[in-house]
Ligand binder design. Structure first.
Ligand code: SAM
Length: 276
């Protein structure tokens, strides 16, 4: 098959339009080479030599949509990413929530969970807290639009940089909650059992059950334009209990856009009073 030419501006615009339509992600021109690099192997495996043929395939063939979505998302993550957030959850949020809600189950949503490191970090934090507070109960729902990373997450198997960094920073937790397997580590069944993974598109409303007390929506809003950020935040808000907290990523500030949230402290937001 001949070498593929660079994506031309029209092809890039068509692909960026499909990315926006199906994920909400705003892909700007400087991502052209990145997009090219991600799509090429897929096009080769489909035997397609021209970008316009691939664009047609995505438009016409519903079965190509999910592989396309999986290719265009960026799934960087880490165990206990942004330590200040985990300090806040351990020292402030969990004790205060338990004191205010004895006998209840804390419902947590990791809303752009990627390969699951965030959800398992939450599961370890809650399990440790539970050892010190026997009445504490929790349930973690983790979702993403990318079915490829969700499969990794459900397996709970990590190797390479993610496992190495975690092992170096929290060897105690790795020993307690993971087992060595092959080149990497796998979460023990007890840890996997407390996290439920599922597919969810953040542009759509959450319709699956009771409201959440804590939502981790970290490092995903940065990929959206402001109108999409507002839309996502309103639908996330509808899935939250009145006293719930929302946690955003380090580079995400929502103070300039119209949302139903008030800033509480760095990374932490609460539902604005009077918002139903
Ligand atoms: C950079 S990762 C963030 C992972 C984790 N929250 C963290 O902070 O480490 C962003 C994730 O958002 C997901 N994502 C992007 N657009 C989405 C959408 N419209 N709905 C649901 N998930 C989306 C991607 O698939 C990706 O796994």
């Amino acid at each position: 098959m001949p070498e593929l030419a660079e994506l031309n501006p029209l092809e890039f615009a068509a692909l960026a339009g499909l990315v926006r339509e199906h994920t909400g992600i705003a892909m700007h021109e400087h991502k052209r080479v990145l997009l090219q690099g991600r799509l090429l192997p897929r096009m080769r495996s489909l035997g397609l030599a021209r970008y316009r043929d691939y664009i047609e395939r995505v438009r016409a063939d519903r079965t190509e949509l999910q592989p396309f979505i999986n290719l265009v998302t960026t799934n960087d993550t880490a165990f206990f990413r942004t330590p200040a957030v985990w300090d806040y959850l351990e020292r402030d949020f969990l004790p205060a929530w338990l004191a205010a809600n004895p006998g209840c189950t804390l419902r947590i949503w990791s809303a752009a969970a990627a390969s699951g490191e965030e959800a398992y970090s939450m599961a370890m934090l809650c399990s440790e807290f539970q050892e010190r507070h026997r009445g504490f109960r929790f349930a973690i729902q983790a979702t993403d639009i990318d079915t490829g990373v969700l499969a990794t997450a459900a397996e709970g198997y990590y190797e390479g940089r993610s496992a190495e960094r975690f092992g170096a920073s929290r060897p105690d937790l790795v020993r307690k909650y993971f087992r060595s397997e092959g080149e990497g580590i796998r979460a023990i069944p007890e840890l996997r059992a407390v996290v439920r993974f599922g597919e969810h598109q953040l542009l759509a409303p959450w319709r699956q059950g009771a409201q959440f007390d804590l939502v981790l929506l970290r490092n995903v809003l940065i990929y959206f334009d402001e109108a999409t950020q507002e839309r996502v935040l309103h639908s996330v808000r509808a899935a939250m209990a009145p006293q719930a907290r929302l946690i955003l990523g380090e580079q995400e500030s929502i103070t300039r856009i119209a949302t139903p949230f008030d800033f509480e402290q760095t990374h932490v937001y609460r539902i604005r009073q009077g918002q139903s």
